[in-house]
Design a protein around this ligand. Structure first.
Ligand SMILES: NC(=O)c1ccc[n+]([C@@H]2O[C@H](COP(=O)([O-])OP(=O)(O)OC[C@H]3O[C@@H](n4cnc5c(N)ncnc54)[C@H](OP(=O)(O)O)[C@@H]3O)[C@@H](O)[C@H]2O)c1
Length: 342
């Protein structure tokens, strides 16, 4: 099939383009920009991709005429403005941005400091958390955020099975700099990032409401989470270190059974008791690796999850949603290996 991609010049867009080039069901990828009125050579903007494709001027009618679906890998707030024609035409969209993930307009406005999409469109969007929901037949998929993916996957078995005190969730999440996109910011200068650790957006990260919204779907008693984010001096990768108090009388076996039941048939999530993953084992892949352990002394459960923010946290999960949407094999286009040696 032919697919459209808006945002190839961004970090997640360029990774998504690479995945689509290798996808067995994709015949042609039409690239669309936003600033230019005439086609622009991709080689000029991203010579490292060594491709001769052109980036076409943005035109929704052209996108719908020449493609069977479109991906948006654009900055926050862009699809709020651009997606309406597709939603009205019921044309399939997979949106990597946060615009359509939250169901409340007020919550979106509070956390993103931007106007939210119209309510009817927000309710039309499907939250594409691929390990728990299927996008089959969906028309507008809001691909989950990177921190949200690693945190939700780490805690899902415990929240769903009501094994923890719902008020006790603490998450210490860390990300490489590509999580912030390609624009230079005050904290991503080389001299600030290199050989350093910096906390940022403490209690203010926009993925907090996305995680809470999902946990409340599974357990309405989860009021909030304590969530901090740290910038790592690395390009790619997220490690979410999560802690929660086990309910009285919850045993190691109950915790183990919950993780086994949840993930034993999952293609991309591996959870192991007492074996804690490293970042590099997943960077370059679409896997989420999880290690967990109930501490018998403190009765706290520690859960560590790692993902590649640009793959399982963005473009890889977008391909999973694409595969679900069109009924392709779950691993199509996602046969990836970590960078060796580890
Ligand atoms: N980075 C991650 O790890 C990650 C993970 C999960 C989700 N996401 C989400 O994915 C989206 C893209 O993130 P990113 O990190 O790839 O960002 P990025 O590197 O900053 O790239 C942003 C892309 O959006 C395009 N763009 C900017 N303004 C636009 C407009 N008005 N109309 C159309 N396109 C516009 C940019 O085009 P120009 O080059 O012309 O500026 C660029 O192609 C964001 O919404 C982000 O939250 C990112």
């Amino acid at each position: 099939m032919n697919v459209g991609l808006v945002g190839v010049t961004g970090y997640s867009g360029s990774v998504l383009f690479e995945l689509l080039l290798r996808h067995p069901q994709v015949d042609h990828i039409n690239l669309y920009g936003h600033a230019q009125k005439v086609a622009q050579s991709l080689e000029e903007v991203l010579p490292q991709l060594r491709r001769r494709d052109n980036i076409l001027p943005y035109d929704p009618a052209d996108i719908m005429k020449n493609n069977q679906m479109v991906f948006f890998a654009t900055s926050a707030g862009v699809t709020t403005k651009l997606a309406k024609p597709f939603l009205e035409a019921n044309f399939p969209v997979i949106d990597l941005a946060g615009d359509y993930r939250l169901k409340s307009r007020d919550v979106y406005k509070h956390w993103y400091k931007k106007d939210a999409p119209e309510d009817q469109y927000l309710q039309q969007a499907h939250y594409g958390l691929t390990d728990f929901y299927s996008s089959k037949g969906e028309k507008y998929v809001a691909n989950p955020g990177c921190y949200a993916t690693s945190t939700i996957l780490a805690l899902a078995p415990l929240v769903q099975n009501h094994l923890i005190d719902p008020t006790s969730i603490v998450v210490d999440a860390k990300s490489g700099t590509s999580g912030a996109g390609k624009k230079l910011t005050e904290i991503t200068h080389f001299s600030k990032t290199n050989e350093n650790l910096q906390l940022y957006k403490v209690n203010q990260h926009q993925h907090i409401p996305e995680i809470v919204q999902q946990f409340q779907e599974w357990d309405e008693n989860v009021p909030y989470i304590q969530f901090t984010t740290t910038l790592l001096p690395l390009t790619r990768g997220i490690m979410a270190s999560c802690y929660a108090k086990a309910k009285d009388n919850v045993t190691e076996k109950e915790v183990r059974d919950a993780f086994v039941k949840t993930y034993s048939d999952d293609t991309f999530v591996n959870a192991t008791e007492g074996v804690f993953p490293t970042l590099k084992q997943v960077v370059g892949t679409n896997f989420c690796d999880i290690g967990y352990q109930l501490n018998p002394v403190t009765h706290q459960i520690v859960i560590i999850s790692v993902i590649d923010n640009l793959l399982k946290g963005a473009a890889g999960q977008a391909i999973q949603n694409f595969n679900q949407m069109f009924d392709y094999a779950p691993e199509a286009g996602l046969n990836l290996s970590p960078v060796l040696p580890i």
